[in-house]
Design a protein. Sequence first.
Length: 210
Amino acid sequence: MTRRWATDHGRLRLIGRDPLLRWLAVLMFFGVGVGTLLYNQQREIALLVAEDTYRTRFYSNLDLWINLLTLAIQVFLTRRVLTNYGVGPALLIPALAVLAGFALLSASPLPALVAVVQIATRAGEFSLGKPARETIYTRVDRQSRYKAKAAIDTVIYRGGDLTFAWVHKGLSLFGSSVVFGGGVLIATAMTFGAWQVVRKQAKLPAELAS
């Protein structure tokens, strides 16, 4: 346990020293936050408005549309975007879509709109956001590529999920509009993190030898 803590602590120190890694961690933390808030509140809304059978069909259809949209974007857009325009659009488009989605939901938290935002959020992450981040990691040194990335993908991810699960518990006491209003702030922080990652990665070499 002590060795595990020391390893994680060392990786977090590595993240803290490097501006690009810091902003990648910020992006991950708040990206997990919007996903956790949206998923948990979607569940609360579904429990209020739907029977068990309908909820099962609802979640099944969500997964289907997320997978179909992700596949379509990956086949027709992802490579073109990354090759022609770099990681900037691939990081910023999903972030801005999430921000717009939460703004709409804070004004009108309808179940159908929650589903649309959930599909757009997850498909954008799987088809654009994650490939863009993986591309950045191919251009950093080995320590950052393996040690820091592992910490961001585990410690930061799990920490964000736990943190925003509790944030959701507090906000949900005041209703869906407040939850999604808080989501606007979290999505804004996520978008700012994405913008900073785009700025910092622009200073990296085009490619780095292994």
